[in-house]
Design a protein around this ligand. Structure first.
Ligand code: ADP
Ligand code: MG
Length: 192
């Protein structure tokens, strides 16, 4: 219970409420395997890639929730909120404390990489987080962007390459390519 509170999930979602039938592009056996949490001990990362509304945040939360239930330390944040916090704290020099706090986590969930481009300083701070997590903390990253487009939000090609190198060294990729769940539900409602 404490772990779940500390994780700061925006909304609690579990795998029980995820309808795999509605999102056939998702590799269900891989999700089931990851829910068991062995990737955490191996410090492997998870990348959820796909269109908006396809359940990426839901699954990232469900994976985090499962990890909490296994007693792991989990922290959920949107990528933008984290970068904003890092930029602010850099000004008042308390950034080291934040880094320490992040490093204590077993799983760090970075939601929604790709909707908002970062400043140069922001991208560098994010790279720092990814670099520090390397082989220490499992990262779960959700994004709407295919790898080729990461440079568009991170700015520098070199930094993007270095970040992807660390993130994808040991990574499980879940792709969600279907229609938006919300959109489909809205359409279904309209048909009734
Ligand atoms: P994304 O992060 O990919 O944009 P979300 O995970 O936020 O999408 O999903 C949007 C909404 O639809 C959420 O309320 C989520 O719980 C729900 N949802 C998405 N896919 C499914 C699914 N396959 N089964 C049940 N609920 C889903
Ligand atoms: Mg999302």
């Amino acid at each position: 219970m404490r772990r779940i509170k500390e994780a700061q999930f925006p909304v609690i979602k579990t795998s029980d409420s995820f309808d795999f039938g509605a999102q056939p592009s998702i590799n269900e056996p891989l999700v089931r395997e990851l829910l068991r949490g062995e990737y955490i001990g191996k410090k492997e990362n998870i990348l959820l890639v796909g269109n908006p509304g396809t359940g990426k945040t839901h699954l990232a939360t469900a994976l985090g929730f499962a990890a909490c239930s296994q007693g792991k330390r989990v922290r959920f944040t949107t990528t933008t909120a984290l970068v904003t916090q890092l930029l602010e704290q850099r000004e008042n020099r308390s950034v080291q404390r934040l880094y320490k706090q992040l490093q204590r986590q077993d799983v760090l969930i970075l939601d929604e990489l790709g909707y908002v481009p970062f400043s140069k300083a922001g991208a560098e701070l994010l790279f720092d987080v990814v670099g520090r997590a390397y082989e220490q903390t499992s990262l779960i990253v959700t994004t709407n962007l295919p790898f080729e487009q990461w440079t568009e939000v991170l700015g520098s090609e070199r930094l993007t390459g270095a970040m992807l190198d660390r993130l994808t060294h040991r990574v499980h990729i879940l792709e969600a390519n279907g229609e938006s769940y919300r959109l489909r539900q809205a359409k279904a409602r309209r048909r009734k």
